[in-house]
Each structure stands twice: as C-alpha cells, then as structure tokens.
Write a protein that binds this ligand. Structure first.
Ligand SMILES: [Mn+2]
Length: 339
C-alpha cells in the first residue's frame, strides 16, 4: 500500500497537521488519530463529485493551516492535545468499486491495529462498508456499535445491478456480521427511500432508525441518549458515520442526493460533540461532501467543523477523565467563567 498523497490537486494535510505514511509503521507510532482520504464517488446513484470531498474538507477554513485549533466551547485544542496525523488519500479506482473498497479496508485496519483511531474523509457513502469492516477486523467482529447520521438508510440490497454502492453499505455490514443489526442506530432519515420491503428487512435485523418526525417530536437530545444506550450495550466501542446530507440542503447544499427537511448545522455539531465526549469512539467517517454542487464552501466548511468538533470533544473527554466531576466540561458554562 503506497501513500498516494492527495489523489487530486496540491499536497496539503488537514489544517496543516503533520503527515504520516501508511507504508512506514514508524510514522504511526504514538498517533491518537490518523486521517485518511477516500476520494471515491463511483458508488453514487445520482450526482457524483464526492471524490473532491477529502481535499475540500481538509482545506475549508479561514484561519491559518497551522495544525492548531483551540475550541472556544471546549477549551482544548483538538489538533494539539491529541496526536493527529494525515496519511493522505488511499488511491481509489473510479471504475473498480471492489478494488477501491479492498485497499481502503486494509488501510483502515492497519491504522486501527496501530492503536490510532481512523478518521476517514469521503468520498461517497460506499466507503463506510470498508471503513467499519476494517475497524471490526481490528477491534472484534460484531463488537462495535454504529451511529449513522443520514437522510437515507443506505440499506439497499442490489442497486443498478451491483452489491456495492452508496445506497447499500449498511446492509453489507450487517449481512457480514461486522456489525450487529440491533447495534446499528440511524439518525435523521426522511424523504421517500427506501421502499417498504427494505424497511421490513431493517426491522428484521433489529435496527433502530430515527426518522426526522420522531426526532422533532421527541427532541434530538432524548433520541441520542436512547441511541447511546443501545449502541454501547455489549459492545466495546462505537463508529460514527456522518453523511453530510443528514443536514438540511440549506445547511449542506454541496452533496449528491439532497433531501429537504434535515438537521441544522448546529444540531449536527452538538450531536457530534456529545458522541465524542460521552462515548468510546473507535472510528469515524465524514462522507458525501460534493464540492461541485457547493455554494460559498458551506458544505466543505461544515465537514471541516464536524471533524474539528469530534477531535475537540475527544481531547476534552481525555482531559476530563483525570478531573473530579465538578471540574469537568459542561454545556452552558459561560465563556469567560473565572471560577
Ligand atoms: Mn448515506
């Protein structure tokens, strides 16, 4: 497996963090998080363009690319307090989905076995199949719960004559046993897909899928609390998969299959923060950012902040483990609190 660097365009890392090389195990030693780009959009069913997601997410920020981002809300620096490295992109073969998934799965497994958390930038949602499979090979088959943010269930069986595509990764993961169906939690579904026979299959697997109407009625906070309990039950960690189309197209227009009526950017950032602060996250991906349809970098900026929010919350989680409860971070604390 050779380091490809960014598959498209100039060579830069996520906000200037140091690079590493998956072919050089010494460069992974001590890393807490390794970022991997997966510029694959050969699995899209409608508009392609997510192959440009990794470079866009890495770069979309108005501050210096200096490998440092102190969080106002969390009072930690996710890029400095954790050891974060960027391995560049894994080479994706646009016309060969099976081969692309195979090399990505190997890269993710290698990083997970090194002890670092793989954080994969997509790419279309096809990549969550190799992402979570690689984690499961390293961490235990069926031992990781999944929290999946998306407008779509991505549990199709055969689409366009193929088992591999961005509408099917979650089905492949449950079929293989990499993830238990009853530890698979979906948040933000809406719209007009999948059809009833696919919903029947999902029900039979014991999946729990929170459609937007239920989220609005019960509140996102209550839904997340319930999902956290299920995802962790008899599992050793959770994988967080964020399809940017979980957000309303007004908050994330640059994506391949936009569906009106989604979460706000604020909802998503708060949810990601809570997940990475409260749960043992062992892997994460951010997918379906498609820059050709973006406006004013809105979607790329959100993808960048989803990654930063996750890293900041992980850094805060680690810092707070040493502290007495009353000194730990809590939402609602005034910014300039002097106590
Ligand atoms: Mn998806």
């Amino acid at each position: 497996m050779t380091r490809y660097g960014p598959q498209f365009g100039p060579n830069y890392t996520f906000l200037g963090v140091p690079e590493c090389d998956l072919a050089d195990p010494a460069s992974l030693v001590g890393a807490d998080v390794v970022i991997i780009g997966a510029p694959f959009d050969g699995g899209t069913s409608y508009r392609s363009g997510a192959r440009f997601g990794p470079s866009a997410i890495r770069a979309a920020c108005y501050l210096a690319h200096d490998g440092s981002r102190p969080s106002l809300a969390l009072q930690v620096d996710g890029l400095q307090d954790l050891i974060v490295r960027d391995a560049g992109d894994v080479e994706m073969f646009s016309g060969d989905a099976a081969r692309s998934c195979e090399v990505l799965e190997q890269a993710v497994q290698l990083v997970a076995e090194s002890g670092a958390m793989p954080l994969i930038l997509g790419g279309d949602h096809t990549i969550t199949w190799p992402d979570v499979t690689g984690i499961a090979r390293a961490r235990g088959w069926g031992r990781v719960g999944v929290l999946h943010f998306d407008a779509h269930a991505d549990t199709g069986d055969i689409e366009f004559g193929s088992l591999i595509g961005h509408g099917q990764p979650m089905r492949r993961l449950i079929e293989s046993g990499a993830v238990r169906g009853d530890r698979f939690l979906q948040i933000g579904l809406r719209g007009y897909w999948p059809p009833p026979d696919v919903l029947d299959w999902m029900r039979d697997q014991g999946m729990r899928s929170y459609e937007m109407t239920e989220i609005v009625e019960r509140g996102l906070t209550a839904v997340l609390t319930e999902a956290f309990t299920i995802a962790q039950d008899d599992c050793d960690g959770v994988f967080l998969s964020v399809d940017i189309d979980v957000c309303d197209p007004g908050h994330a227009p640059g994506t391949g299959t936009p569906e009106p009526g989604g979460l706000s950017a604020r909802d998503l950032l708060d949810a990601v923060r809570r997940i990475c602060y409260e749960l043992p996250v062992v892997g994460m991906d951010v997918v379906e950012v498609a820059p050709p349809y973006d406006h004013a970098d809105i979607t790329a900026m959100l993808g960048n902040r989803v990654v930063l929010e996750a890293l900041s919350a992980m850094a805060r989680r680690r810092a707070d483990q040493e502290r007495p409860v009353q000194d730990r971070w809590r939402p609602g604390r005034p910014l300039l609190d002097r106590s």
